[in-house]
Design a protein around this ligand. Sequence first.
Ligand code: G1P
Length: 296
Amino acid sequence: MAKRIKKAVFPVAGLGTRFLPATKAVPKEMLTVVDRPVIQMAVDEAREAGIEHFVFVTGRNKSVIEDHFDKQFELEETLKARGKSAELNALKQDLPQAGQTSFTRQQEPLGLGHAVWCAREIVGREPFALLLPDMLMQGRPGCLKQMMDIYDDCGGNVMAVEEVPRDQVHRYGVVGTDGSGKRAFSITGMVEKPAAEDAPSNLIISGRYILQPEIFDKLEKQDPGSGGEIQLTDAMIQLLADQPFRGLVFDGTTYDCGDKIGFLSANIAYGLAHPDLGGPFRAALKDIIEKAGGLE
Ligand code: G1P
């Protein structure tokens, strides 16, 4: 039986320069989609998949993330005194239990592979999940839960993948497939940010991974790759020589919130899907679009 995954790593050290000035004093992971910070949504997804320990790889100016996952004593007392029990319960529900979070810093911006390697001591020698919070995955069940079901059957390494138009592949890691055309398939190769003509497929690595601890051994020796950074994809290519990787085409919709259009789209999609706000928001949106001259 595959070893149970209890820990998830969240790399949150990035500067968020694409969202300046919003991210001058606020970490990009704290930007909200409707009323939830993007990082909270990734943690929600991990909890749904059974994760019990949340490892954040942070950087300078990211301490607000640590505060967000802490008890806010004064706020809770105030809500209690004002009888706002729904708000209070919601806050409590979002909070991991004491001792379930760990924070470590990536001291230099050396790339995603380096950020993941920074978590090695906290993760230890066990398989773990990795969630890139910029990629917001809207689906039921959540993306990591869908991947866990595959992992429980097959073990090894699992990655969520997603089809994108060919002209977008250069922005992502891309996988080679076994040609089975199945929703879950064996990955035969990977390449980080290829030119469209060099990409082995149009299936991108969409930011959710289940990895075996041997990835840390590969990362330890990994030379810089694309963009001069230590790339996780390059270390995974090394590991693919020793261990199986499965790709899972995520059943749901992905919003790349590292990009302004993706972020705005996520707000609209989650706003429309919101149980209380969905109806009135739809009406407001219709009105805005009409006033702006329609959609054509
Ligand atoms: C990283 C990974 C890439 C993946 C992408 C998903 O790239 O290196 O393989 O497709 O995340 O968002 P980054 O966005 O850090 O450039």
